[in-house]
Ligand binder design. Sequence first.
Ligand SMILES: [Zn+2]
Length: 370
Amino acid sequence: MSIRGVELIKAMNHYAPPSLAVDNDRIGLQVGDPEAEVKGVLVTLDVNEEVVDEAIQRNANWIIAHHAVIFHPLKAVRTDQPAGRMFAKLLKHDINVYVAHTNLDAADEGVNVVLAEKLGLQHLRVLISYREEKLKKLVVTVPVSHHEQVLDAVCAAGAGWIGKYSHCTFNVEGTGTFMPREGTSPFIGQQGELEKVQEIRLETILPDHLQEQVIQAMLAAHPYEEVAYDLYPLELKGKKLGFGRIGQLPEQTTLLDFARTVKQSYQLDGLKAVGEWSNPVRRVAILGGSGGRYIHEAKQAGADVYITGDIDYHTAQEAEAIGLNLLDVGHHVEHHVVDRVRHILQRQLGEAVSVFASRVNTNPFRFIGG
Ligand SMILES: [Zn+2]
């Protein structure tokens, strides 16, 4: 059975919903055709010519990337220059590129959660929250016989969560009425006769971004030809959404020991640190990528140490001045998410398609020294 691009995109959107991305981020399908068949998928942090060659060699006609291939407006596609050659190669070999950037940073199993998990951080919270989850209430009436089936379906699709409790619903029995008219083929009743049925009014809550899949699951499980349901927005405050995470180490340690742990856990050739090696460390903030502009937020959130990349000289001095320890692990550390994306996609798409993690090292930095 072949899978089309739209189904791959749907799987990615489920994992890293586009609604999580910051405004004006360049995400989604950037090269190719959503209807294109998916022969194989290559997951990568960056796309360059070498990665495209790898995709061709593995017969993967879809690339899932974290960093956009088109960020600034393209001014030219010159095949005597590296970027132009890469685009030409993508098009020539019918390779499609889909990008999940800040939505993947913010996702529940995205870049920052993967990085936090590798360090064993506990009690994770969002570090930089720029949005709150919008919640909706779904009310649907179901004949008693199909109540459990519909309840299970909407909960399996992601409705019914309050905190760490799943299957949160309210149900009350009552009488539904309807009259099937010409052209109907009703599940219960006859055309032109008023029907009274014992039904259950099922109420539950769902996050906005899951609306489509919950409604689809509900309709598929519901026996009626025309289903009566309401969906309304709630004023309740939902979960905080955003990137970066802050959490706690199981035990306090020193900056030096922690830096060694980080280097090993992320398999780094080296890292840069700000702060006294003997400083105590327990609360850890992490933001994969370029997080220099958020040092004050990390400090304010109570972080003993802030792990990020692309720290410049003056930002490092500023962190030192406000008493925030820093570990600059480089931007490339985000590549650790690649294997998680591969795993999640493979699970969602099934065995029909192979999903690969790129083996190309796109980190331009090298280290020398002991
Ligand atoms: Zn990045």
